[in-house]
Design a protein around this ligand. Sequence first.
Ligand SMILES: NC(=O)c1ccc[n+]([C@@H]2O[C@H](COP(=O)([O-])OP(=O)(O)OC[C@H]3O[C@@H](n4cnc5c(N)ncnc54)[C@H](O)[C@@H]3O)[C@@H](O)[C@H]2O)c1
Length: 143
Amino acid sequence: MTRALLARGDAVVGTDNFSDYYDPRLKFARLTLLQNDKNFWFVQADITDRERMLALASQHDDLSSIVHLAAQPGVVHSTIDPYIYIQANVMGHLVMLELARKCSGFNHLVYASSSSVYGRNRKIPFSAADRVDQPASLYAATS
Ligand SMILES: NC(=O)c1ccc[n+]([C@@H]2O[C@H](COP(=O)([O-])OP(=O)(O)OC[C@H]3O[C@@H](n4cnc5c(N)ncnc54)[C@H](O)[C@@H]3O)[C@@H](O)[C@H]2O)c1
């Protein structure tokens, strides 16, 4: 995604906390591919770090879009450590919305939810108009 945006001439500010839920080595390797691009800035931070995230609005005053893909994944794991799902997926999402609100020229938020939100719904294919009020896990409820 970032490579495509840079290739079309956009400037990109990337953020990741290098969570170890999945192997961070892959994340660092991908970051290395981007770091020499003069239109790419990287902030190693947690998206729930309100102060650092909201500061991006003034540090990059032309920030107009957010592609929000940072999430705590894992259906089963959400029964083991529920707190991090509320923290990353609910609080993190709120911080992204507040960041958008702080950017004067903001016009576009992209967010990856999950088909898990449709719960035990048997209707296939899912539709964005389907009900999402019967999630089968905390991951689903926070996606
Ligand atoms: N992979 C799938 O099958 C799938 C399916 C449906 C939806 N999604 C959604 O797509 C999005 C991206 O998923 P992915 O599969 O690329 O996951 P991923 O784990 O590969 O990427 C998410 C990135 O976010 C980072 N991250 C996690 N919590 C963070 C936090 N609090 N602050 C900053 N960075 C944080 C992680 O370190 C990771 O690099 C997520 O919202 C996920 O729920 C993924």
